[in-house]
Design a protein around this ligand. Structure first.
Ligand code: ZN
Length: 144
């Protein structure tokens, strides 16, 4: 799953669960569940750091920041839990830097790669639908 959906999921879990111990654990677990779902990826240009992947990564980071700021803006009473859950929700992907940049080999990376067997270009539609679902849920919570 793309980073922005992981972060948005972390924000949503913080707002819905509201438990300082349980929510970060649920956020971490959500990462692996989302990676098992069909999601965007599987394109050949993903394999090297070309212009397209850099643009996509920058856009993803921008959306991560926007969703985090929206969460903090609309739910300031949960700011610490939102930050914690957002980090836990995206943490496994942040760890990829140790694998790709520093060549760290660990069975965690094998596991993390193996669960992403439904990475497909059409997974972008799943990502958009999932994002819309979470934004709708947060909108309902804001307006209740
Ligand atoms: Zn992942």
């Amino acid at each position: 799953m793309t980073g922005f959906n992981h972060v948005l999921t972390g924000v949503t879990i913080a707002v819905v669960v509201q438990q300082p111990v349980l929510a970060p654990l649920v956020a971490l677990a959500s990462h692996f569940l989302l990676d098992m779902m069909p999601h965007f990826g599987g394109l050949t240009w993903f394999n090297n750091w070309g212009k397209q992947l850099i643009v996509l990564t920058v856009m993803d980071a921008l959306l991560c920041t926007i969703f985090l700021l929206l969460g903090i803006t609309f739910f300031p009473q949960h700011i610490h839990l939102i930050l914690l859950c957002a980090v836990f929700a995206i943490l496994p992907d942040l760890l990829w830097i140790f694998h790709y940049r520093y060549g760290v080999q660990h069975r965690f990376f094998v596991f993390h790669q193996a669960i992403q067997r439904y990475e497909r270009p059409w997974g972008a539609f799943v990502e958009v639908a999932f994002c819309g679902l979470l934004l709708s849920l947060l909108w309902l919570i804001i307006n209740r």
